[in-house]
Design a binder for this molecule. Structure first.
Ligand code: 3SL
Length: 245
């Protein structure tokens, strides 16, 4: 098994498709997706385009759907939810499909949707992602950060490192045998430096600071936790993720 880290969807090779791709958007899309499925949501369907989301969700009974839209960190007007995982309680999401469009995370999922297996990973469900990788041993795995509008993000890189470090520990394989690119080694180094203070790192991250300006401290705190949800969001059809058993 070789793991590759890409900091943004734009950095992924355009003419290759991996056996497994893990989309990461710690702040906050993949944290929200994991939370919705852990809370009993029927599925999460992702869109990069808000109008397409509206059209597609019209085909669903209003009691069976929720619409979430985020741009620039804020809720889009006319949508029931923004992108805060803390709003996705079992009372709100149980039995419903979440139709969601966010600035970066949903674009990442669309970019990798042709991989044989597509997973949504975050710090909160890191152990579930690692368990899947260690059991299935895909030949090549892309861990793709969402970044912010094409730029590197600390929070997605540290999560990629957390996943890769744990895969090394569980397989007893040395880092050189796992690493498909240099980015993976630097992601592990970042994780090893900050593993005891992930919330502190999120405070340094530019998107963490953006969310703090929008009163998002509780979201940062929640998203900085490791291994709290035993849920693996897995793509079932292009753009639709469900809980993998
Ligand atoms: O960029 C994204 O996809 C979002 O996760 C950004 S935010 O955390 O909702 O602001």
């Amino acid at each position: 098994m070789k793991l590759f880290v890409y900091h943004t969807p734009e950095q992924t090779p355009s003419c290759e498709v991996p056996e497994c791709a893990v989309a990461v958007d710690v702040l906050r899309a993949t944290s929200t997706i994991a939370t919705v499925l852990a809370a009993g949501g029927e599925a999460v369907q992702v869109f990069s385009d808000l109008d397409k989301l509206m059209q597609e969700s019209e085909n669903w009974h209003p009691d069976k759907r929720l619409r979430a839209g985020e741009r620039g960190g804020s809720k889009v007007s006319g949508f029931e939810l923004g992108n805060s995982p803390l709003d996705c309680t079992p009372e709100v999401v149980h039995g419903r499909r979440l139709f969601i469009s966010t600035t970066n995370g949903t674009r990442t999922l669309q970019r990798i949707q042709n991989a044989s297996a597509v997973i949504a990973g975050a710090l909160i469900n890191r152990a579930a992602v690692v368990k899947y990788l260690v059991e299935k041993k895909p030949d090549n795995v892309w861990i793709v950060g969402s970044g912010w509008e094409g730029n590197y993000s600390l929070e997605d890189t540290v999560c990629a490192g957390a996943i890769a470090h744990s895969v090394c520990q569980h397989t007893n394989l040395p880092i050189d045998q796992i690493a498909g690119n240099d980015e993976l080694i630097s992601a592990i180094s970042l994780y090893l430096q900050w593993q005891g203070n992930l919330l502190g790192l999120l405070h340094h991250a530019s998107h963490g600071q953006r969310l703090l300006r929008l009163d998002g401290y509780e979201d940062l705190k929640y998203c900085s936790q490791t291994d709290i949800l035993d849920v693996l969001p897995m793509q079932q059809e292009p753009g639709v993720l469900k809980k993998f058993n």
